[in-house]
Design a binder for this molecule. Structure first.
Ligand SMILES: [Zn+2]
Length: 760
């Protein structure tokens, strides 16, 4: 910023430099309008509150003082107004320290004593529609006025309209100015600047025509002027913060900027205010403001900011936005999670794309704690700028999300921990007057030192957890503090359940001489091949940092092993069936797989197949069925379907099979934890439920809904129910082992110790 450059819009006042570590004395202030009231600090200069109302011309024409020189001198006297110099000196860490550095310690709270800045100018309201249609455009000029008024009502602004009492240290006005062409073109092309400037001289009809040909943007003759002020306001705000003239600041500016691309106005945005401000700070302050983080919490993706810094390693852009698979404005793939920057800027672009609207406080806090802050702390910026759209706020119809003012305050509070507190908040979107006003107020109070309000709901949604995990896993390759490192994509290996099955197969052969049964592939889902064995459960503790499951911390829990051993020792035959949660297919390495949807059907098919091909053909007459967890479904269906009718068989067999099955099955033992308890009954064979009741033992977890006191006692169709005191299947299997052995022994012995088969 050169002296004189910023005098375009009015009187200017030059003040001494605020701190000794500034590169040179600069023109700090531009006084706008016609009422020269050079300095004002409410406590020192009460008469400065001239007659004006918020949003009126007069209210803007004063209030431009950055603070009285005498107060500024205090910090200058000390030799350094900045805590930067001594904040890192800690004599306690020096083992031989005899407090020699004590003279470096400055009394008081030099940074906390600085005021928070506020940039607002009513002239940014001049950009409006030439001929408003029936509906008022959401990017309504009154947006910034309502925010300003809210700050006044809270007594934060030294304005005669402000409620009393005023805050002890009111907001320090940062005067707005026109951004220069040179500044705008640090981000935008000359052609784009020339285009926006050309709207100044267009007749209204042409402006309307232009509006229709563009993507979500309107123009009038003052669009250019307002846009320059908005960008200039962002520049002044960020510079004031970066140079420590204020503690931190908020810029209540419009038109917004984050959609404006290098060569394109779109999405209510003309010049990319935040991007221009970041570039200007870098250019003017050099190493003192080299690394800048831009956090964009507008509900829309800031495509313009992303584009401007996509290959810049010194600007970290983090955006939390609704994405909806690229169908939410600004549409397309740019806002997706895998857009991480390119070239030297690779890893400096972080998108957190919500899959849908409706996100709330818990989701934003989760994203901040899990992704935003870890990355921000590692990046360690010199300045943080918030592209602060308040359209994710509860009440905003365009955004459709539910972020509360307290949540905006919490996020602000977290970002204040970075870059020695150098935080500049610049308004972007937000279209519900009340929502944006309340949100901006809470953000401003937090900047000024009030603790953020308490949150009512902090639980993240499943969608947020999934999104954040995905973002973490891809960003982990760019940030050393971020885990888990995404290594599985390069690994070609086997799913553990396949490996375990081989292990179990070997073990069961060793101990019990069990061998896998051949399953004819075309008849039954291929996934059951080799699964006609035991059901294992993996229990383990992931590494606390890498989230990896290390083999020495993982156990294979298999309570059924004890059952199989007992059965084998008794000399019975056994068929052990495992119902897999997932069907292994190729090319799914490293991907999370949920349960297969057609599992119940497949279970039924397998049970029937085993009966028809192995059990029915066997000479055994004493057969016990053991159904654990999901296998319960197959056992029950076997009883109902194979026992009552069999549509694919010939008529005569249909008559013989029921008799055959019920005669040969001596007992059914089931363990049910989470699955529904199913009834065994038939309309045609009314005796079936009675038979089931007499020949079954169904252990149901203590926590199961069937024990609900408000329900009627379950009918006998559910078999002989036993309430287990445990709720985990493996625990239940252990707990009732002896009872089951006894029950089976009694029945089998009663039948002359004939061989029994089991289907688990
Ligand atoms: Zn927006």
């Amino acid at each position: 910023m050169e002296d004189g450059e910023d005098t375009v819009m009015g009187d200017s006042h030059t003040f001494p430099a605020l701190s000794s570590n500034q590169p040179r004395a600069q023109t700090l202030l531009t006084h706008l309008g016609s009422h020269p009231t050079p300095t004002l600090t409410p406590s020192h200069n009460p008469q400065a509150t001239a007659s004006s109302s918020p949003g009126s011309d007069q209210s803007q024409s004063r209030g431009s003082g950055m603070g009285p020189p005498d107060r500024l001198a205090k910090t200058s006297d000390t030799g350094s107004s900045s805590a930067d110099q001594f904040s890192r000196l800690d004599s306690l860490v020096e083992p031989n320290s005899d407090w020699e550095d004590e003279d470096m310690v400055k009394p008081g709270l030099p940074l906390a004593s600085l005021a928070t800045g506020l940039c607002y100018d009513h002239r940014m309201r001049y950009h409006c529609e030439v001929s408003p249609e029936s509906d008022v455009h959401p990017e309504d000029p009154r947006r910034i006025y309502y925010i300003y008024k809210e700050l006044c009502r809270a007594g934060l602004v030294d304005d005669e309209e402000s409620a009393r009492p005023l805050a002890p240290k009111t907001l320090e006005r940062i005067p707005v100015r026109d951004a220069t062409e040179d500044e705008i073109t640090t981000v935008h092309t000359d052609a784009h600047y020339a285009f926006v400037r050309s709207t100044r001289d267009m007749p209204n009809e042409e402006l309307i025509r232009l509006e229709r040909s563009r993507d979500s943007i309107y123009f009038n003759k003052l669009t250019f002027a307002s846009s320059l002020l908005s960008a200039g306001g962002a520049i002044e705000t960020c510079m004031a913060v970066a140079q420590r003239r204020v503690k931190n600041a908020i810029a209540v500016i419009r038109p917004p900027g984050h959609h404006a691309e290098v060569d394109k106005a779109m999405g209510f945005c003309l010049f990319n205010n935040v991007s221009v401000a970041a570039r200007v700070c870098q250019d003017k302050l050099g190493d003192a403001c080299r690394k800048i983080m831009i956090l964009d919490w507008d509900v829309h993706h800031g495509n313009g900011i992303q584009e401007a810094f996509y290959s810049d390693p010194n600007v970290l852009y983090v955006s939390i936005h609704v994405f909806q698979g690229g169908r939410f404005y600004p549409n397309g793939p740019a806002g997706d999670w895998d857009m991480c920057g390119e070239g030297a800027g690779l890893g400096r672009n972080v998108n957190i794309p919500w899959p849908s609207q409706g996100m709330g406080d818990g989701d934003y806090m989760y994203a901040f704690q899990e992704v935003v802050m870890p990355i921000a702390q590692e990046f360690d910026p010199d300045l943080v700028i918030i592209a602060a759209g308040f359209d994710a706020a509860a009440g905003d119809v365009l955004g459709g999300c539910f972020v509360s003012p307290a949540c905006y305050a919490q996020m602000t509070h977290m970002l204040m921990t970075l870059s020695d507190g150098k935080l500049a908040v610049c308004l972007e979107g937000g279209y519900n007057f009340k929502s944006i006003s309340k949100s901006a107020l809470d953000v401003t109070k937090t900047l000024m030192g009030e603790p953020p309000g308490r949150l009512t709901g902090t639980a993240p949604s499943k969608a947020a957890i999934e999104t954040v995990r995905r973002v973490r896993s891809i960003q982990a390759s760019h940030w050393s503090h971020l885990y888990p490192k995404n290594t599985v994509q390069q690994i070609h290996g086997d799913r553990l359940h396949d490996i375990l099955r081989i292990f179990q197969s070997n073990q069961l052969y060793e101990n019990c001489k069990l061998t896998p049964l051949y399953v004819y592939r075309t008849a039954i889902s291929q996934s059951f091949e080799n699964q006609v064995l035991a059901r294992p459960e993996i229990m383990g503790q992931a590494h606390p940092v890498t989230n990896k499951m290390e083999v020495h911390n993982v156990w294979l829990a298999d309570s059924l092993k004890g059952y199989i051993k007992w059965i084998c020792d008794k000399g019975y035959g056994v068929i052990d069936v495992n119902i897999p949660k997932h069907v292994t297919r190729e090319s799914t390495f490293g991907r999370y797989e949920g349960e297969d949807d057609d599992r119940p059907t497949a279970t039924e098919e397998l049970a029937a197949y085993l009966w028809d091909n192995y059990i029915d053909a066997n000479q055994a007459t004493e057969i016990f069925l053991l159904g654990v967890g999901n296998a319960f479904h197959g056992v029950v269906n076997l009883l109902i379907n194979r026992g009552t009718y069999c549509p694919i068989q010939l008529d005569e067999r249909m008559l013989t099979i029921p008799e055959n099955l019920y005669k040969r099955v001596n007992g059914v033992v089931s363990f049910v934890s989470e699955n529904p308890v199913r009834a065994v009954a038939s309309h045609t064979q009314t005796w079936l439920s009675k038979w089931y009741r007499e020949n079954s033992l169904v252990f149901v977890a203590s926590s199961h809904g069937i024990w609900n006191k408000d329900l009627r006692r379950p009918s006998k169709r559910y078999g002989t129910l036993v309430q287990s005191s445990a709720s985990d299947l493996n625990q239940m299997l252990d707990l009732h082992k002896e009872a089951v052995f006894e029950w089976i022994s009694d029945r089998a012995d009663g039948a002359d110790e004939e061989t029994g088969d089991e289907d688990a």
